[in-house]
Design a protein around this ligand. Structure first.
Ligand SMILES: NC(=O)CCC(=O)C(=O)O
Length: 266
């Protein structure tokens, strides 16, 4: 999705795209990171709103109108004076099922290329976020969360078969890192993984890599795109997760007598 600086335009456009995807048969629809605001630390406090709030009300109504799950990308959320990068999730009846506040905030400095520090205006979330569908359990991260294998591993342990990351990789890291990270999380945990990015806008302060992609539990790229706006469609088969786990039972072969990934705070 191409995102502009005008929140109302972004919301209207998101609804149009969701309606189109639903008409074409999508049952679970994912928006990109920061779909109602530019991805810019100076914009986050200005665009921030509560959840529930105006943007989430529109997504709830759109989920209900189309009878689809919506993973609402992310929006700057304000709560108690703190601003979060938050992904709200809606059921087909328009209920706000859960929300994920980005747990790992971007703090990168590649000299001469990119310096970006979300903590300049955001606070990190401190919750694991999953929800159940009739198809499978789904785990949510937001973009930079993808870099941390522990989160994906914990979601796998919690029973998720599909991990979803609304995202916005950049022109420096995206070309080299995004697809390998998606494939690694998928193969490590034998789950489907999707990252949904905003379209590239060369005039934005942060230029997104784009390339929204879905990877299978076997590590294959099932669906992807370039950097312009489009809807990427993909069939997810939760039974295939079980098949891969039967053929390669690595999850039960971990040497948990020697190491483990421990949840310290829920
Ligand atoms: N929006 C983000 O979290 C950016 C992540 C990113 O570009 C990376 O390299 O990681």
């Amino acid at each position: 999705m191409a995102v502009t600086a005008v929140k109302s335009e972004n919301l209207e456009h998101a609804v149009t795209l969701i309606n189109k995807a639903a008409t074409n048969g999508a049952q679970l629809i994912i928006l990109p990171e920061c779909f109602n605001s530019p991805y810019d630390t100076t914009c986050f406090p200005k665009y921030a709103e509560s959840i529930p709030g105006p943007t989430s009300d529109i997504l709830a109504q759109t989920a209900n109108d189309n009878n689809v799950y919506i993973i609402g990308g992310s929006i700057p959320e304000i709560d108690n004076g703190e601003v979060y990068n938050t992904c709200p999730v809606f059921s087909p009846s328009g209920k706000l099922l859960t929300k994920h506040r980005k747990m790992h905030l971007v703090d990168i400095n590649v000299p001469g290329k990119i310096r970006f520090r979300e903590a300049d205006s955001l606070s990190p979330g401190c919750d694991f976020t999953t929800f159940d569908t009739p198809y499978c359990k789904v785990g949510i991260g937001v973009c930079y969360d993808l870099r941390f294998p522990e989160l994906a591993h914990i979601y796998g342990e919690m029973g998720c078969k599909f991990l979803v990351y609304p995202g916005a990789f950049n022109m420096t890291t995206g070309p080299s890192h995004m697809e390998p990270l998606l494939r690694a999380r998928a193969v490590d945990n034998e789950v489907y993984v999707a990252l949904v990015s905003g379209a590239r806008n060369e005039t934005a302060s942060y230029v997104a890599w784009g390339h929204s992609t879905v990877v299978s539990p076997w590590g294959d790229v099932l669906a992807t795109t370039e950097h312009l706006e489009t809807i990427v469609y993909c069939d997810i088969d939760p039974d295939f997760v079980d098949k891969v786990r039967t053929h390669l039972p690595i999850l039960s072969q971990k040497r948990t007598d020697m190491y483990s990934t421990v949840v310290k705070r829920k």
